[in-house]
Write a protein that binds this ligand. Structure first.
Ligand SMILES: *[C@@H]1O[C@H](CO)[C@@H](O)[C@H](O)[C@H]1NC(C)=O
Ligand SMILES: *[C@@H]1O[C@H](CO)[C@@H](O)[C@H](O)[C@H]1NC(C)=O
Ligand SMILES: *[C@@H]1O[C@H](CO)[C@@H](O)[C@H](O)[C@H]1NC(C)=O
Length: 211
């Protein structure tokens, strides 16, 4: 885990060094399916699972694998970024908690006011099939409590995003096995047992439920 963070910090430093200053607009994340890993250095939450993202509706479902070694908790979340609504779902006992979110810190999408840092390649850029080109973006979190760094592929699929709110307050997402389509759109619907629930709690940011 620390190795991953060190790698990321190194990548960011290198990215800054190589930054060119062409005006670039953040790309628009497409519909996406894949595997997401969440790591939190403080707790540490470590969850690996499947995600589905609908870019038109701007909503995300994440269900972590229960049998992932040393997973600190099982997460099943449905996030509506536009509406600022989040469901924590428990399919086993068919229960659900609905939360209102005040600041929209998006986990996958690059905010419109993000700053372009650099384009880089993981692996070998000069051998076909050996390199993965990606671009790195940064900015301040919606409630100004820290910074984020997001990297995406040429097709704007997310690779990793990191949120820094201080030395012990780091949360890191990485994305794998990506596809730019939605295979099971039904996972993005609010389960029937969650419908019509009142808001139980207001949280500051989407990230809080993961920390
Ligand atoms: C899980 O945690 C235990 C105890 O901390 C450790 O011995 C083991 O190596 C960990 N397993 C994995 C796969 O990280
Ligand atoms: C369902 O299970 C979760 C986790 O075990 C628990 O926190 C929650 O209170 C349960 N809800 C109901 C309605 O039983
Ligand atoms: C993304 O997926 C949703 C749900 O399947 C669909 O309604 C929407 O049209 C798709 N958007 C794009 C840009 O393909």
């Amino acid at each position: 885990m620390y190795a991953a963070v060190i790698l990321l910090v190194f990548m960011c430093l290198t990215a800054t060094t190589h930054a060119d200053h062409h005006q670039q607009k953040p790309c628009h994340l497409p519909n996406a399916t894949g595997v997401m890993n969440v790591m939190d250095l403080k707790d540490p939450v470590n969850a690996l699972g499947e995600f589905t993202y609908d870019s038109t509706g701007n909503k995300l479902r994440f269900r972590s694998y229960e049998n992932f070694p040393n997973a600190s908790r099982y997460l099943d979340l449905l996030m509506f970024f536009e509406e600022g609504i989040l469901y924590e779902i428990n399919s086993k006992n068919q229960s659900c908690e609905k939360k209102k979110v005040q600041h929209n810190d998006h986990i996958l999408r690059i905010p419109k006011d993000a700053q372009f840092l650099s384009t880089m390649t993981l692996g070998n850029p000069s051998a076909v099939g050996e390199g993965l080109e990606f671009s790195v973006w940064t900015g301040s979190m919606a409630d100004n409590t820290g910074k984020y760094v997001i990297s995406v592929t040429k097709g704007c699929l997310p690779l990793s995003s990191t949120y820094y709110g201080g030395p012990t307050n780091v949360i890191l997402f990485s994305f794998m096995n990506l596809q730019s389509e939605i295979k099971n759109p039904e996972v993005l619907e609010v389960p029937s047992f969650c419908e019509g629930l009142p808001v139980e709690e207001t949280v500051n940011r989407f990230l809080e439920v993961l920390m």
